[in-house]
Design a protein around this ligand. Structure first.
Ligand code: PHE
Length: 462
């Protein structure tokens, strides 16, 4: 299908895979659902903690503004102008601009990136499901006796040390993602996202309130917002750059693929700002919910991936209706992870469907099965295969670093160069059909500002 013969009124005329988000708000919610996930709630607090807080947060915020938003606009536009999967979207636009079809490779890299991310994402999402289960079962509800970090830390360590439990919960999560993807995403997910996202925000607000009242809020604010650049290592800058891509779901085909289902009449500029705004708000909120407790209970901010799982159960054991709130919270976390996981699986499935002319269920089934096998690498690297495989990192850490930092930085840079130099005015007009006034500014920013800043930051990291 080529882009020219599609006329849209935003509702009818279904594109590539007979799918289109029903309303403006739904696209914002779907894209925000992709963006808001474990990256905001689990990863952001712990990497901010590991990298010294304030200065790291500032670099991350600058990245969101300087290149996160422009790239978000670019990717939504690439998807919507072509209504194709990521590989063919790049190929289609390159062809029209008279550029090399080799640009398809960026789409291919982006699909690999989302696939590999999903292989460890399901493992961490499995932790969330497990925590939902044990919190609902009353593990942290010790009737009057307060639990301590030795207990919550031990619980987390035990989980990581147990491959069977890790596999069971990651497989449950993977199968739920599979079932949604294979049966089409409009009805269930659209509806679910529309109320789940607001409830997630509400839940976080309640947690901040509790954390502020019972934890060391001042120390948390100080840690997150007072920038001491002497603490900022060069690796921290690289991690902040990578995380800004990861958290906005950039350079991973997710936004391009979702953009392909975007109504033709929604403003790209407004959508991009809304998605980035929601995403950043959730990340900062998560930080402000977790760090007051970290300081109150004398936890180590640089505790790593277990930070949230070790600190939050302390609240739940202490707070009125903690068992209820706690399980609800971990359930929300699971939902946030699910809406992201769907957007991580969709790019591979959409590509397989078209490339090999497969039925959707077959494409989703093959993706799921192979992902499960790859995910075992992450599972075992937490216990029986806990040895460095790549630059002193375990398989899980290496995969996270390679995708979020290396692949995404490269892919984002290539996308910027593609839009800034390979595409011509007519393609930009097709991408920004709803926001033609944004084109001149977009062009300058995507040509010079984005590549320059990504390059400077990445180079400064070495
Ligand atoms: N943005 C998601 C998060 O922060 C992760 C993600 C990355 C989703 C890339 C889709 C594509 O958790």
């Amino acid at each position: 299908m080529s882009a020219e013969n599609i006329t849209y009124n935003g509702q009818a005329d279904a594109p590539a895979n007979n799918r289109i988000w029903r309303g403006r708000l739904t696209f914002v919610m779907a894209a925000a659902g992709s963006a808001v996930g474990l990256g905001n709630l689990w990863k952001f607090p712990y990497i901010a903690g590991e990298n010294g807080g304030g200065a790291f947060v500032l670099v991350y915020l600058a990245c969101i503004l300087l290149f996160g938003i422009p790239l978000l606009m670019a990717e939504i536009g690439i998807g919507r102008a072509t209504r194709l999967n990521a590989v063919d979207a790049f190929g289609n636009l390159a062809g029209k601009a008279g550029a090399s079809k080799g640009w398809k490779a960026i789409g291919g890299l982006a699909i690999c990136t989302s696939y590999l991310i999903l292989s460890f994402y399901i493992v961490v999402a499995g932790w969330c499901l497990y925590y939902f289960w044990i919190t609902a079962n009353g593990t942290f509800n010790t009737a009057g006796t307060t639990i301590d970090t030795a207990f919550t830390g031990g619980t987390f360590e035990n989980l990581l040390g147990d491959p069977v439990t890790l596999i069971i919960f990651s497989v449950i999560f993977l199968l739920i993602t599979f079932s949604i993807i294979s049966s089409g995403i409009e009805k269930g997910i659209e509806k679910a996202i529309n109320w789940l996202m607001p409830s997630l925000m509400l839940m976080l607000a309640v947690l901040i309130g509790y954390s502020a009242a019972n934890g060391n809020f001042e120390a948390a604010v100080d840690f997150l917002f007072s920038a001491d650049f002497s603490k900022l290592s060069s690796e921290a800058i690289f991690i902040a750059v990578g995380h800004s891509f990861f958290t906005l779901s950039l350079a991973s085909a997710a936004i391009i693929t979702y953009g392909a289902y975007m109504p033709a009449n929604s403003s790209i500029t407004k959508t991009a700002f809304a998605v980035a705004g929601i995403d950043t708000l959730v990340a900062l909120t998560a930080g402000l919910a977790i760090f007051p407790l970290v300081f109150q209970y004398g936890l180590e901010p640089g505790a790593g991936p277990g930070l949230m799982f070790i600190s939050l159960p302390l609240i739940f054991s202490d707070m009125p209706y903690g068992q209820l709130f706690g399980s609800l919270f971990f359930f929300m976390l699971f939902i946030a992870a699910l809406t992201s996981a769907i957007s991580l699986m969709e790019p591979t499935v959409a590509w397989l469907e078209r490339r090999f002319n497969l039925r959707r269920k077959t494409a989703a089934g093959l993706t799921t099965l192979s992902l499960w096998i790859v995910s075992l690498g992450t599972v075992f690297s937490l216990n029986i295969w806990n040895s460095p495989v790549f630059f002193g990192k375990t398989f899980f850490d290496a995969l996270d670093y390679l995708t979020a930092n290396v692949f995404m930085s490269f892919g984002a840079m290539a996308t910027a160069v593609f839009c800034g130099f390979a595409l011509r005015q007519p393609q930009l007009e097709a991408m920004f059909s709803t926001d033609p006034k944004a084109i001149p500014v977009f062009r300058v920013v995507i040509r010079y500002v984005v590549p320059a800043f990504v390059a400077v930051l990445v180079i400064s990291a070495f």
